[in-house]
Design a protein around this ligand. Structure first.
Ligand SMILES: [Zn+2]
Length: 483
């Protein structure tokens, strides 16, 4: 349905005093004009088809996924551009323009690539896109993150179909290689960011989970930052020799000693003020003594701290983590090398630098000779402000759609393409308006990845509402109003 089919009510308007007020319908009216029965079937079908385009990375083959999206947008008359950042590896930009933009664009980002799958472990083949009798859509990428890609694309499509007048351009970005080297987002940042120029961006990174903290409670995390990542080697040097004679000053002996210190480390609990906001929201929903504890920063740290540390997932949100992820330097069992190393993946809370972590590491291994640290890569945490209209809209729309859920800001443990884009100044938030059960969550990078049609279409409703609130004018264009 184009703009001509839009019902315009009211007769007069006074553009100089109130250019976007009556007779323009309010933004909720736009959402009501979507044919949700059709949108539901279309969402499921589109995701099923997109999943069937195999973009498992490696090798990625994002050119195929980009072609699928280009067709979808072209059918709707939405302009797209795409380019290869490497052979067969494609980024795509679809743009809906505002007539007279008064704000920088809003970007909706997803990655086209998915992780690989082991078909023999799946109930239905991972690239089947099968929709079962319950409306469950099966396949790699349904959660991470073609499902989001589809609701982003369809939000743009519905803006276009309804002829919603915009106060800013809305741009859908679909990039390659998020799952391996982030080459797509890096290329976008290095060579195309200026022409895109969005001030706010939505991406993966937060979602709704049922029973994450309390059995019946759905928690909705919206991420505004990701922990910094310092990748390093802890190197031990020492006397080389023959394996038959253990020496206390050998490199492996020193490394073992240093690893013991790391294992015995007692990490400090630091609750980010925004994460405390989230815990308070949880406290509100839970009530009772537990609720009261979660609503107090002091009590959360002192009383709930040990509990948060006991669970590896929650521990990672409130501490700087040092994870030993591998070893190197050894050759033959009977040769003691002069140098061995442990590989470390260190994740830092916002405000903590790699320098701080290196000071801590050197302190931990103090007194052990021959230990040093080599930095492989260093990417500090960058925060997007939560004092932002888009961020507020995300929390509000989620709370309206899921009144019983606890909704709040969240520090994401892993990193996404937002890590590359935040330093460019864009306010980027991690937001997947879907709710998954603990069992469904296993599908992330695991087996039997799937999403229900109900979940998908609810997500589209929430996202479309957010896009309308943050990007649409109050209603129908002047041209339409005079028809
Ligand atoms: Zn992802």
């Amino acid at each position: 349905m184009g703009a001509a089919g839009v019902i315009v009510f009211g007769a007069t308007c006074t553009p100089h005093t109130s250019p976007i007020a009556f007779p323009y319908p309010d933004r909720q009216t736009w959402a009501d004009r979507v044919d949700w029965t059709a949108a539901r079937a279309e969402s499921a079908r589109t995701l099923s088809e997109y999943v069937q385009v195999n973009t498992a990375n490696p090798p990625g083959n994002e050119v195929l996924g980009a072609a699928y999206l280009t067709d979808l947008f072209t059918r709707e008359g939405i302009e797209t551009t795409s380019w290869e950042f490497a052979p067969g590896r494609t980024n795509l930009v679809a743009r809906l323009r505002a007539d007279k933009p008064s704000e920088a664009p809003l970007c909706l980002l997803s990655h086209i690539d998915v992780v690989t799958a082991e078909p023999e472990r799946w109930t239905h083949p991972p690239f089947s896109g099968l929709i079962d009798e319950q409306g469950m859509i099966w396949g790699r990428g349904t959660m991470d993150m073609k499902g989001i890609g589809v609701i982003e694309a369809l939000s743009l499509v519905w803006l276009k179909r309804l002829g919603v007048p915009l106060r800013r351009d809305v741009i859908v970005l679909a990039v390659g290689d998020e799952e391996v080297d982030n080459q797509g987002a890096q290329d976008l940042a290095d060579h195309h960011w200026q022409e895109i120029g969005c001030s706010q961006l939505l991406n993966e990174g937060g979602l709704g989970v049922k029973g994450a903290l309390f059995d019946d409670l759905t928690t909705f995390a919206v991420s505004f930052t990701e922990k910094g990542a310092l990748w390093a080697r802890m190197v031990a040097t020492g006397e080389p020799g023959h394996g038959s004679t253990p020496l206390p000053d050998s490199a492996p002996a020193r490394l073992t000693q240093a690893l013991e210190r790391l294992r015995a480390r007692d990490p400090k609990v630091t609750i980010h003020p925004q994460l405390q906001r989230f815990l308070s929201a949880v406290g509100d929903k839970v009530g009772g003594v537990t609720g009261a504890v979660l609503k107090s920063p002091w009590a959360t740290r002192e009383l709930a701290g040990p509990k948060l540390l006991a669970n590896p997932l929650s521990a990672a949100t409130v501490t700087n983590t040092i994870n030993v992820t591998g070893f190197g330097g050894a050759e033959k069992p009977n040769v003691v090398p002069s140098k061995v190393w442990a590989q470390l993946d260190i994740r830092m809370l916002p405000g903590v630098t790699s320098k701080d972590m290196l000071v801590e590491l050197n302190g931990l291994v103090e007194g052990i000779d021959g230990i040093s640290f080599e930095v492989i890569s260093d990417s500090p945490a960058v925060e997007s402000t939560t004092d932002d209209a888009l961020f507020r809209a995300l929390l509000n729309h989620l709370q309206v759609a899921y009144p019983d859920a606890a909704v709040g800001p969240f520090v994401m443990m892993g990193s996404t393409d937002s890590t590359i884009l935040r330093p460019l100044g864009v306010h980027a938030y991690g937001f997947a308006p879907f709710v998954f059960t603990q069992d469904e969550l296993k599908g992330f990078h695991g087996d039997d990845e799937r999403i229900s049609t109900d979940n998908l279409v609810q997500g589209l409703k929430v996202l479309f509402g957010v896009v309308l609130e943050t990007s649409a004018l109050g209603g129908v264009q002047a041209a339409a109003a005079t028809e």
